[in-house]
Ligand binder design. Structure first.
Ligand SMILES: Nc1ncnc2c1ncn2[C@@H]1O[C@H](COP(=O)(O)OP(=O)(O)O)[C@@H](O)[C@H]1O
Ligand SMILES: [Mg+2]
Length: 288
């Protein structure tokens, strides 16, 4: 089981898009199953799965969600039970996990996740939540043994992010070709070890999302601007990795800016996007 957490403290860089696309691509590998968690209380990924392109509810999902809520099988219910006083007997089954397709499964977010940031829960306990939940999933005979588990994390260092980062294999950081990319990376990397302690820091992979193509007949891969921001990011990574003893990689694959992104995602991944994410996935597999 390989666990990957997509994070960046900046919103709108492509965490949700990348997590969803990589989960999809991962499940295309023959004989493998992937599971994606939406841990962001803003629920972007959950809404993209819950809604049709015209904004109306996607019936398959809303029927499933009604049942999951009624049977108290949301991720919030799991957390509530885990941090409570009794035993953690939460059963990981298909009331908890939604099947997007045969081999691509999903644990949606719920608004209640906002409460985890308040002092309602035993903070020390929440830190171990994801690890224990993964054990439940792994040991459950109701669902498959997942080969890849991906987490879409909120754009903040929440208790839940801590709980994921302390047990994941790879921290995946999307950046955009803008002035804030290198600065944000530097901030993130400089504080990561301190934030994850006493757990070891996972491997860190960075990729450029929304890369721009060069204009005209240029044979270069990227626009000058994108190339400059990539070079800046590489400098920061080299500096921070040697200063802090982190295992870091800037992936060679960049994801290009795509016009006409759809909000609803039941239709699957557009072909050009799929090729790019497949290439990124290959690099990720070779790295972890
Ligand atoms: N490569 C891309 N090309 C075009 N639009 C993109 C791309 N990646 C992300 N987006 C769009 O950018 C917005 C923010 O992306 P999202 O994945 O939600 O970011 P985050 O999860 O980091 O907040 C969304 O509207 C998404 O559709
Ligand atoms: Mg998001």
């Amino acid at each position: 089981m390989k666990t990957i957490a997509t994070i960046n403290f900046k919103g709108g860089v492509g965490k949700t898009t990348a997590t969803w696309a990589l989960g999809h691509v991962a499940a295309l590998t023959p004989n493998t199953c992937s599971l994606v968690f939406d841990l962001d209380a803003q629920m972007s990924l959950t809404q993209a799965i819950a809604l049709n392109e015209d904004g109306s509810p996607f019936k398959n999902f809303s029927d499933w969600q009604d049942r999951s809520l009624k049977r108290k099988k949301t991720i919030f219910n799991a957390l509530d039970e885990f941090t409570g006083h009794g035993n953690f007997n939460f059963a990981a089954n298909y009331d908890f996990i939604y099947k997007i397709s045969d081999r691509y499964h999903f644990v949606p977010s719920v608004e209640d996740l906002y409460w985890t940031e308040l002092e309602l829960f035993d903070r020390e306990k929440v830190k171990h939540f994801i690890q224990r939940l993964l054990e439940k999933i792994q040991n459950s005979s109701a669902v498959p043994v997942y080969d890849h588990i991906l987490f879409d994390c909120p754009p903040s260092f929440s208790l839940l992010s801590y709980s994921v980062l302390s047990c994941c294999k790879l921290v995946l950081i999307p950046i955009n070709p803008d002035f804030f990319a290198a600065k944000g990376l530097s901030l993130l990397l400089s504080s990561l070890r301190m934030r994850i302690e006493p757990f070891p820091v996972p491997k860190i992979g960075v990729f450029m999302n929304r890369a721009k193509k060069p204009g005209g007949s240029s044979l270069k891969r990227y626009s000058n601007e994108t190339q400059r921001y990539l070079d800046d990011a590489r400098d920061v990574l080299n500096r921070e990795s040697s200063a802090r003893g982190l295992t870091v990689k800037l992936f060679d694959t960049a994801i290009f800016d795509r016009v006409g992104m759809k909000r609803a995602i039941q239709e699957g991944l557009p072909g050009d996007f799929r090729t790019q994410f497949q290439s990124l996935w290959k690099e990720i597999q070779a790295f972890i």
